[in-house]
Design a protein around this ligand. Structure first.
Ligand code: ATP
Ligand code: MG
Length: 214
């Protein structure tokens, strides 16, 4: 197993554990303006990833990302499941067979995953009150920081996380234009979007992983 594959497997373990531990938070948020299934769906999908990771030791980083996408396709149903799966599948395809990826390549991979989310969501944009409101600024911040902070991954992820959190904060006042929350119209205002919190938790786990464990 190469160094980056090992790091990615450990990172995905940390991300999965963080999401599973926050099931109730996600359920509560999705209950306010959705159908309340977000926490349970995420738990199901990322528990399946935890179960799958040990069998991916011989894969390249791209192979690992693709397999994660496949697991998500078969475990999280509905629109959101397809969106998460698309993000990981496209990321894996973009990573290809490379054994080692630089920060610029990782940024391009994140950008492709974001484009997949927006496309799979049928033209989702920043301002629609979805996960894109956290993910797009995070990807932009990662790209900018990758040019400025060099190899300081902890500082890079701090800026990325900060951008995701600010984007998630902005969803509170927005009117939902996509997903089930959009059925509520004006009543969707005043609540934070659950998917934006999923994105924040992912980057929080990544930040903590690279700050504390590597
Ligand atoms: N069209 C979309 N584009 C991007 N993100 C979306 C879209 N629709 C929903 N989302 C995100 O998915 C989150 C809801 O995830 P959840 O797992 O609860 O799915 P859902 O809306 O109940 O739909 P389903 O059960 O069909 O997957 C929302 O908070 C939002 O961030
Ligand atoms: Mg839901």
């Amino acid at each position: 197993m190469n160094g980056q594959s090992e790091t990615l497997l450990k990172l995905m373990e940390a991300v999965s554990n963080k999401l599973i531990a926050n099931e109730k938070t996600l359920t509560d948020l999705d209950s306010a303006i959705g159908d309340g299934d977000c926490g349970n769906s995420i738990k199901k999908g990322f528990q399946a990833i935890l179960d799958k990771l040990p069998s991916l030791k011989d894969q390249s980083p791209g192979g690992i990302l693709k397999q994660i996408g496949i697991v998500l396709t078969s475990t999280i149903g509905g629109v959101s499941g397809a969106i998460y799966a698309t993000a990981f599948l496209r990321a894996g395809i973009k990573a290809g067979d490379s054994e080692t990826l630089g920060l610029q390549e990782i940024h391009e991979i994140m950008q492709v995953a974001l484009d997949g989310v927006k496309e799979r969501g049928e033209g989702t944009k920043v301002g629609d009150k979805t996960m894109v409101d956290a993910l797009e600024p995070a990807v932009t911040a990662f790209g900018e920081a990758a040019c400025n902070v060099g190899d300081d991954v902890a500082s890079l992820l701090e800026k990325t996380l900060e951008a995701a959190r600010k984007g998630s904060d902005r969803t509170i006042d927005l009117l939902a234009k996509k997903g089930r929350a959009s059925y509520l119209g004006e009543r969707s205002k005043g609540h934070r979007d659950a998917g934006s919190v999923v994105i924040c938790l992912m980057f929080e786990a990544a930040h903590d992983f690279f700050t504390k464990e590597v």
